[in-house]
Design a binder for this molecule. Structure first.
Ligand code: Q9C
Ligand code: ZN
Length: 725
């Protein structure tokens, strides 16, 4: 299992044969640059390389009309003048005698990738193709696109594999109007696109690219447009869009497959996009998507016209698909005002269709949140040019090469030597310990809780932590002896700080108190536990995780499914209404059925992670992340796995998970899997957050927003007027 790379060199055989400044950027070197980049970094060699085959005309017919296919077929025998005349009938298109062959290979590559992923041959993959596809329509070529590669791939996944929910993430900087038209009334395909829009003044100049276009008929709410109304959007803006729009909807949609219209004209240096997101941003966007659909991601190249930026961004994506850690994100993590306005407009347009947006916990944007002067880009001036981008990219490239991947992927330190654990292959058992004297010195500094077994465990944990801090080990799991978690966490924090870590993020779950005498700034302590929301300081935050231990009872009626939460196991008579879903769920009995209940709603959990934890974590830009599961943490394994998976992002993959011995077994195995780069298990059906959860999160965000700007993403409560004048 791994990552597929689908390609055929014939796809470099189409090119512009006449003068046309608009089309000349779509050149064969785009593919060779991306491929050379992958080869130079040794990434191609780690992929399962598949040679693309042409799609059949029947496959093209899933989206395109026979007349249009025949028209493109006839271009094979046209001369230059005829090709040029035909090209003029479309907007921003050129034909070449090889166009038909290349365009069929491009579709074929996308289909092979879907087959490889859905048959389980690989986890995920990328198809490097030309011509791109997302602008092309049933009977029209458009914007360099001839056949709609990704749309045909989605139809194929539905027809051949019976998939019912497919998410398309189009991060190309142009609106993929072709995909939007094809699935406009289809609720089985959720299409998300962000694009340079400038209030309609940017190509393709369409009203239907704006946020108010949400799909038609049954498909309402399944088209999600996020228009960027200014150029210069950067890492924080893209991240905010994922955390506050795409991911909440995607979790609620619960896709079985994610297709990515992976255009890299949204990256820095691109002459079309004029945006500022750096290549590493695409590693983070990819990693965030990996928690969806069991990690089944098929990415298909669309645009991307700055060769160096394209190559680096493609490498970042493939590296992440392969499970490598994400490099730290550069730049001030503050979304700009225009981005926040765009995010708000799509939240408002989509709120009627998505529970997770109706419950948006972000506070309303006030004048105090206006963006400070001198925004987030250290790399480029106001209007990025090729030259400025080149200058900005070359040092970056050096940095990318200088950051070696640690030789050891994931290590696990166990409290009891030889405890039988079914750890996944590829995990190193931490046998080596820190020196006895050193371990005892640390233990003495922190109470007398470490004796015998717990002292042995501490020695191994210190050694593992040393490996992470020195770059020998990527990440790890520390299993503490019973009741030693709090003391171990204290030692770990002190050890990190004494090693020179500038910023340490501690996500402490359950009953763990922030160690006394910690200076603010260096350590961000985020406690997720079952008590009141509290902001002790901007670096000491508690958020509740309601402990609704008990059961869910599910009744399926003819029109709706009722889900009751919080039936305590010992008192099945007292029901508390939690929420209801209209979608039929796979429950076939008409009898009430008891299911094990998560300690809180999935909606509440996700709001907490996407709306609070990740914005804080990315805003803090830690060197190391500590995720500690203390007593009574109340997280299900799948929730802990999701949290560990996404917390790999903010600190370049340097994460240490601390768990207590008793809670181990399956949990350690699940955590080890996600730390190795596998997708976390499903959270189960989406249940809307409870009013208490929403209230608590709202309160916290209102207090924290002045310091942590990634929290901003205001959706006005229904009925209120826009706060942005
Ligand atoms: N300066 C793709 O990226 N030209 N197509 C727009 C605005 C057409 C882009 C002119 C751009 C088509 C796949
Ligand atoms: Zn594009």
């Amino acid at each position: 299992m791994g990552t597929a790379l689908v390609y055929h060199e014939d796809m470099t055989a189409t090119r512009l044969l006449w003068d046309d400044p608009e089309c000349e950027i779509e050149c064969p070197e785009r593919l060779t640059a991306a491929l050379d980049g992958l080869r130079q970094r040794g990434l191609q060699q780690r992929c399962l390389c598949l040679t693309a085959c042409e799609a059949s005309e029947e496959e093209l017919g899933m989206v395109h009309s026979p007349e249009y296919v025949a028209l493109v077929r006839r271009t094979q025998t046209l001369d230059k003048e005829e090709l040029q005349a035909l090209s003029k009938q479309f907007d921003a298109v050129y034909f070449h005698p090889n166009t038909f062959h290349c365009a069929r290979l491009a579709v074929g590559a996308a289909l092979q990738l879907v087959d490889a992923v859905l048959t389980g041959a690989v986890h995920n993959g990328l198809a490097l193709v030309r011509p791109p596809g997302h602008h092309s329509q049933k009977e029209a070529a458009n914007g360099f696109c001839v056949f709609n590669n990704v749309a045909i791939a989605a139809k194929h996944a539905k027809q051949k594999y019976g998939l019912q929910r497919i998410l398309i993430v189009d991060w190309d900087i142009h609106h993929g109007q072709g995909i939007q038209y094809i699935f406009d009334d289809d609720p089985s395909v959720l299409y998300f696109s962000w694009h340079r829009y400038e209030h309609g003044r940017f190509w393709p100049f369409l009203q239907e690219s704006d946020a108010h276009a949400v799909g038609q008929g049954q498909g309402q709410g399944f088209t999600v447009n996020l228009p960027w109304n200014q150029v210069g959007m950067g890492n924080a803006d893209y991240l905010a869009a994922f955390l506050h729009v795409l991911l909440p909807l995607a979790f609620e949609f619960d896709p079985e497959l994610v297709l990515v219209s992976a255009g890299f004209d949204s990256a820095i240096g691109d002459p079309e996009g004029r945006m500022r997101a750096t290549p590493e941003c695409f590693a983070h966007l990819t990693q965030l998507m990996q928690v969806l659909a069991g990690g089944r991601i098929c990415a298909v190249l669309e645009g991307g016209y700055h060769l160096e930026s394209l190559a680096q961004s493609v490498c970042m994506m493939v590296q992440t698909l392969l499970g490598d850690p994400t490099p730290p994100l550069l730049g001030l993590m503050v979304p700009c005002q225009s981005a926040l306005e765009s995010i708000q407009s799509v939240q408002t347009a989509q709120a009627p269709h998505w529970t997770s947006l109706q419950q948006n916990v972000a506070p309303v944007l006030g004048p105090s949140t206006r963006f400070p002067e001198g925004r987030s880009l250290p790399l480029l001036a106001e209007n990025p040019t090729y030259e400025a981008a080149e200058a900005a990219l070359s040092p970056l490239q050096g940095e990318l090469c200088l950051r070696p991947t640690p030789p050891i992927c994931t290590a696990v330190a166990l409290a009891v030597p030889g405890a039988a654990l079914a750890l996944p292959p590829g995990v190193l058992l931490q046998e080596e310990s820190a020196l006895r004297e050193e371990t005892e010195a640390w233990a003495r500094l922190h109470k007398s809780l470490f004796q015998d077994e717990s002292l042995v465990a501490l020695g191994k944990i210190l050694c593992l932590l040393g490996g992470i801090l020195d770059g020998q080990v990527r990440n790890g799991i520390a299993v503490t002896a019973a009741l030693a978690t709090a003391a171990t966490v204290e030692v770990i924090i002190q050890r990190c700080l004494s090693h020179g870590a500038q910023r340490l993020l501690c996500v402490a779950l359950g009953q763990l108190d922030r160690p006394l005498d910690l200076a603010d700034d260096g350590v961000l302590w985020l406690n997720i536990r079952g008590k009141e929301a509290a902001v002790e300081s901007m670096f000491h935050i508690s958020t509740p995780l309601p402990q609704v231990r008990g059961r869910v009872a599910v009744w399926r009626g003819s029109h709706c499914l009722l889900v009751f939460l919080g039936v305590p196991a010992h008192n099945p008579g007292s029901l508390r209404f939690g929420g209801w879903l209209q979608e039929p769920v796979a429950v076939s009995r008409s009898e009430p059925e008891a299911l094990p209940l998560s300690p809180q709603t999935t909606g509440g959990f996700l709001s907490c992670i996407l709306g609070l934890v990740l914005p804080l974590a990315y805003g803090f830009q830690p060197d190391v992340v500590l995720m500690a599961l203390g007593p009574a943490h109340g997280l299900q394994n799948a929730q802990a796995a999701l949290l560990a998976s996404v917390l790999r992002g903010p600190a370049g993959g340097r994460i240490l998970a601390v768990v207590e011995e008793e809670s181990i077994l399956q949990l350690a195995r699940t955590l080890a899997q996600v730390l190795l780069g596998e997708a976390p298990p499903s959270l189960g059906p989406f249940l809307m957050a409870s009013p208490e959860e929403i209230r608590a999160l709202r309160l916290l965000k209102a207090q924290l927003e002045p310091r942590w700007k990634l929290l901003q993403a205001a959706a006005p409560p229904p009925g209120s007027c826009s706060p942005i004048a």
